[in-house]
Structure formats: C-alpha cells, structure tokens
Design a protein. Structure first.
Length: 228
C-alpha cells in the first residue's frame, strides 16, 4: 500500500507554497490536478516535472477505481486542486473517501485555504463557524437557506459567492438578517486584495457603480456579532 497526499497550494500568491508541499510534489511519481493546464504554471514555477493527470468533477466517478489500484500496487499520489486545500469545494473528497474505505493511508500537507484566510481577518467570532460552500443558484433556494440559518445557526457563517450572484445574495441577506455586519473578501493574498466590512446596504451601494469580479468569500454571524 502507498500513500495519497492531499497537498494545499496557493490561493493567489505563489509565495504561500510550503517547502514540504514542493518536496512532496517533486518526490511522488504522479500528481492529480483539477485543471492540468492551470496547475502546470505552478509546477513550472517550482521546477516540478512530475507527471500529472486530471481528476475533476466530470471524471471522478470513472477514474477513482484506477487511482485506488495505482495506490495499492504502483506508488504514491499527490492530489492538488486549482487553488487552496483540496477537499474544500472540490472533488478530492471522493478519492479520499475511497482511500479510507480501502485502508490506504491519506496524509494532508497543510497550507492556504480561502475560507480560513477570510475568517481570521474578518473580525467575526472564530470559536464556532460553519462553512456553507457556494450559495445556491436560485433565489428561492438562497432565501430558504438563509431563513433556516437564521433560526438554527449560532456560528459564524462562511460562503463562497460567485460574482454573478453577489448583488442578489446581498439583497437577500439584508431581507432576512437586516443591517448586520458582513465581511466580503476578494482577491485574497493577491496584489489587489480587497476587504470590505460593511452593512448589506453599504455593500449594495458600493456595487451600484462597480461590477463584481472574481470569486468572493462572505463571512458573517447570523446574530450580528463581530465585525463593525
């Protein structure tokens, strides 16, 4: 039996790659990546020439048995996502689950994570928090979720939000929670990193004259704790 390494990669700033991550990616015989073209830029930056194959949402069911057999009979594998820690809002969970079922060792090489990076700089309570992944695509689903969280959550909430849904989602949060403090982050660790810690109304005013761009992390406490 060999080992599956879950290797965190930078979420924007290439300097956030760890020495251990680089060494692991150089030493394993195979790397699995969500988007090999995207990950090739990272590997070239660190002079990593390890062979790489695709592992993503569209092929995970088909190829997982192949890589389980590889781990059993051939060698170690390092799994990376497009950015951040694999297993957070990406298909890594499927391979990890099968490894655990098959008694194959799984070892995480820790590093950057957008949700944690946003949380610890948000000013929101960090003793209890709940990651909600990407918000639902339909407004009715988002409102239903927010109403449920208002009644049942006593933890800081973390959402990934696409630019296409951002303004509508802010309006829905205002409807359900009122003028509570929100921490909205984008371009985390990059040159033009932006932190906006404001009320829903202030953020909506901000985006009247600006088009949302990039992926956002939204952090807030349903009872309005922390922040402003």
């Amino acid at each position: 039996m060999h080992t599956l390494y879950i290797v965190a990669t930078p979420i924007g700033n290439l300097e956030d790659m760890t020495y251990r991550a680089v060494r692991t990616l150089k030493e394993v015989p195979l790397i699995l990546a969500e988007d090999t073209r995207h990950s090739r830029l990272l590997l070239e930056h660190y002079s990593i020439s390890t062979p790489m194959e695709s592992y993503h949402d569209f092929n995970k069911e088909k190829v997982t048995p192949k890589y389980i057999e590889y781990l059993k009979s051939t060698g170690d594998i390092a799994l990376i996502s497009d950015a951040g820690t694999p297993g957070i809002a990406d298909p890594a969970f499927n391979l990890v689950r099968e490894c655990v079922r098959e008694k194959i060792e799984v070892r995480a090489i820790p590093g950057a994570s957008a949700m944690i990076t946003a949380l610890v700089s948000s000013g929101m309570p960090t003793d209890h928090f709940r990651f909600e992944n990407f918000s639902p695509k339909k407004s009715a689903q988002r409102l239903h979720l927010l109403e449920h969280l208002k009644e049942n959550a006593d933890s800081t909430l973390i959402f990934y939000v696409s630019p296409h849904h951002l303004v509508k989602f802010l309006e829905e949060i205002k409807t359900v929670f009122g003028e509570i403090p929100l921490a909205l982050m984008r371009e985390l660790t990059k040159k033009f990193e932006e932190h906006l810690i404001q009320t829903p109304s202030a953020l909506l005013e901000h985006y009247k004259e600006r088009t949302p761009k990039g992926e956002y992390v939204l952090v807030f406490h349903p009872q309005g704790k922390g922040g402003l």
